[in-house]
Design a protein around this ligand. Structure first.
Ligand code: ATP
Length: 555
């Protein structure tokens, strides 16, 4: 079943997972709030990530079966950092996208999202083009636009006396590559071939760079001196604290420093719900290791991170681990792989990035020692200004590591799994959504909406239903409810309406276990435990409820 995004979005609003930010004022594009259930779901996503990366994770068993120790630790660093951080890291100069504006309307587009279809006549002349909103791919090209292209070709071929081609050639590229494509083919771009605004058909401005970092001002200073940036990634907080963490003696080499926190990007076209927003949360980890072992570690993290999503309920059929092609790699990276998910709002066989796992070499620590690095041949060198001086100075601090076992000093290599907490939450939401047919109280089949969250992720773990108002029964139910909460298990108490309705309310928010105190409880001191997915019902003693639910959550 292809899931419908509209239904998922409606459920998220109706049941209190996700709201538009500042909704009563009409909302703010690219900003989202989490409601009472959403906040629990996202807290659980963070918690399973932190637990997997740090709490339960400090050694690797080698293929030979021996434990190979390494340390994992965390930090929490500030959103606003010294402006030099972004100069050395390259973000100040390079963290941009390209955008175009429509000259008529105020519409603004990220160039990556505007595709151009160029139609070539049978003599290879580009004759007409159409612009449309989509990442490269023909799918976004509407029938009307395709027809217009074919008509223009037919007219051109007729006036030139050419034999019309049986299958008209239509090449698709993104707006940025459009002029390159014409130049590469040594075909002069005619006036006719101006790409136009995909929405209004009006003229577009030339693509121009747009830095994605949000600017702010520190203190009363204005101008250059006071300008600071909201971080566009959390990673730099780990690099600049590398020496502090080593010196505090908390780690054994190799080691990882992790952080979960807000990041900000002034995205040109925020879209697809919480997939691309302007304020979002990242879960990143920088793993520092010896250069000779870095590939082994890269593969280790790449596979481990892919497996994490599956372990928490993502169907492997919807998830891919995609290695970047050499052209896609950042100038410092020796290898990057993305974990990608088939979101319901994407075309068939299209995936959206959940996480990137990058082998970053020694780029980051060296940049913060020496200053901004650029690639020259196969070397990374400090970028110079017109006076031959470093364009941006680094910190000048020694960020090497000295291994006192081997007496070796070196710049560690870095492996970085960088995930988005909101994108992971969205993938878990989409994956959990199901509709099935279940009989209601009268035996009539009804469509049931059920969120099949992994029990560790479910915002509410258990619901307690007192079925009869007979003396003593609501007391038993509320005592069970109190014990669950005291044990730290998110539970709800619901005494409203028929039992079938109560089940449906819980299914819709993904509560994995429902406990019913009924007429028999008085005699057997047991309650009915109903499983959300198998619908199996079993009787368990009242005194075992907390342990049983804990066992079912943690496996
Ligand atoms: P994209 O290509 O989708 O813009 P990216 O490659 O720039 O993403 P990274 O810089 O690698 O993303 O950031 C790591 C992770 O942070 C991404 O995999 C994603 O989960 C998350 N992320 C990045 N940008 C956003 C955003 N605007 N909204 C929500 N999550 C984001």
């Amino acid at each position: 079943m292809k899931k419908e995004m509209e239904k998922i979005v409606a459920l998220c609003k109706r049941r209190g997972f996700i709201f538009q930010s500042s909704e009563i004022y009409g909302g703010l594009q690219g900003f989202w709030d989490y409601g009472p259930l959403g906040v629990e779901l996202k807290r659980n996503v963070r918690e399973v990530w932190w637990s997997d990366m740090i709490t339960t994770h400090n050694e690797l068993i080698t293929p030979e079966g021996a434990p190979k120790p390494f340390s994992m630790t965390g930090v929490e660093t500030t959103i606003i950092m010294h402006p030099s951080v972004w100069k050395s890291s390259g973000h100040f100069d390079l963290f941009h996208d390209f955008m175009v504006d429509s000259k008529e309307s105020k519409a603004r587009f990220r160039v990556d999202h505007v595709s151009v279809a160029v139609a070539y006549a049978s003599d290879s002349t580009p004759v007409a083009c159409e612009t449309y909103m989509a990442d490269i791919g023909e799918e976004g090209l509407s029938k009307t636009k395709r027809k217009r292209l074919e008509k223009a070709l037919a007219e051109y071929e007729k006036t030139q006396g050419l034999t019309p081609s049986e299958t008209p050639e239509i090449r698709v590229c993104n707006l940025m590559d459009y002029s390159k494509m014409l130049v590469a083919a040594e075909i002069p771009a005619t006036g006719k071939l101006e790409p136009r605004c995909p929405e209004t058909g009006g003229e577009l401005t030339e693509p121009r760079e747009f830095n994605l970092m949000f600017k702010t001002i520190i203190g009363a200073l204005s101008g250059e001196e006071g300008t600071a940036f909201l971080r566009p990634e959390t990673a730099q907080g780990m690099f600049v604290n590398f020496k502090n963490v080593v010196d505090s003696g908390r780690v054994k080499f190799p080691f990882g420093i992790a952080q979960i926190g807000k990041s900000f990007r002034n995205e040109i076209t925020p879209r697809n719900y919480i997939f691309r927003s302007r304020e979002f949360e990242q879960m990143e980890m920088e793993f520092f290791c010896h250069p000779d072992e870095s590939f082994e570690w890269y593969k280790y993290w790449r596979d481990r991170r892919y497996a994490w999503y599956i372990k928490h309920g993502i169907d492997p059929g919807n998830l891919i681990l995609r290695d970047h092609t050499p052209e896609e790699l950042a100038h410092y990276s020796v290898g990057t792989a993305d974990v990608e998910y088939a979101f319901p709002f994407m075309e068939e066989n299209e995936y959206g990035e959940l996480e990137g796992i990058a082998h970053r070499g020694d780029f980051d620590l060296r940049s913060h020692m020496e200053g901004k690095l650029i690639r020259e041949g196969d070397q990374l060198v400090v970028e110079k200004n017109e006076h031959g001086q470093p364009k941006y100075k680094g910190s000048g601090k020694d960020l090497t590591y000295f291994d006192d076992q081997t007496r070796e000093r070196f710049v560690p290599h870095v492996i970085e799994p960088a995930a988005g907490a909101d994108r992971a939450t969205l993938a878990f939401l989409c994956e959990a959504y199901y509709e099935d047919e279940q009989p209601d109280e009268k035996g009539k089949m009804q469509t049931r909406t059920v969120m099949r969250f992994h029990p560790k992720l479910a915002p509410v773990k258990a619901a307690v239903f007192p079925l009869i108002k007979k003396a003593g029964m609501p007391e038993v139910a509320s005592s069970i409810y109190g014990k669950l909460r005291a044990a730290g298990i998110q539970a709800v108490y619901d005494q409203q309406g028929a039992i079938g309705r109560r089940y449906r309310r819980q299914d819709e928010i993904g509560t994995p276990f429902c406990l019913t105190v009924d007429g028999d409880t008085e005699q057997d001191n047991c309650v009915t435990l109903r499983d959300r997915d198998t619908l199996e019902q079993v009787r368990i003693p009242v005194g075992d409820v907390v342990a049983e639910i804990q066992k079912r959550i943690h496996g």
